[in-house]
Design a protein around this ligand. Sequence first.
Ligand SMILES: [Mn+2]
Length: 201
Amino acid sequence: MAKRLHEGQYRRGGDLYIIHPLKVCNTLIACGMEDDTLLAAALLHDVLEDCQDKLKNNGEEFVTEYGLSPEVLEIITILTKESGLSEKDLQVYFDGIKNNGKTLLIKLSDRLHNSSTLYSFPYEKLVKYIDETDRFIIPIADYGNDYYPEYTNAINLLKSNIFSLNRSMRIMLEKSETEINFLKKEIKELKQDIEILKKNK
Ligand SMILES: [Mn+2]
């Protein structure tokens, strides 16, 4: 069903879109998760956001027509983010996610895959994403560690991988910004030199 709904969609990096939900689900399996509801929701986690045109009943059809458990719909509904949220709404969104162990796990697995494909992000979105990971994702993972002891291993594994990816990306970004600023300064000085030479000619 996820494959059918994401048909014709591609990731920013060029992959078929379905690679992403498969990866999110597969990572959870690798973390030892076996819960069918969790794994089904992982496969469908982006459909309400990205496939509205194909879902006439906002996903209700998963339950009424396709026999999925209402919990799957509940999980993917919590994970669905509207675009252009204010800072306060963003906090509400992430609070909703951390209050459910399964949405938290899927969000972490989702973030891990997205963080490993950050190279495909446009610059501004990249900066924002790295920042959002530090401000919201790491704290909800810490929260999950305290409140969902049954998921501690999975949460820690996901968190430490997200953390390292985010940190290397941030350091690379800072390094390239330093380099760019240095080059800008050099160019400015060269321009001044040229002006002086022109005047003294
Ligand atoms: Mn996703």
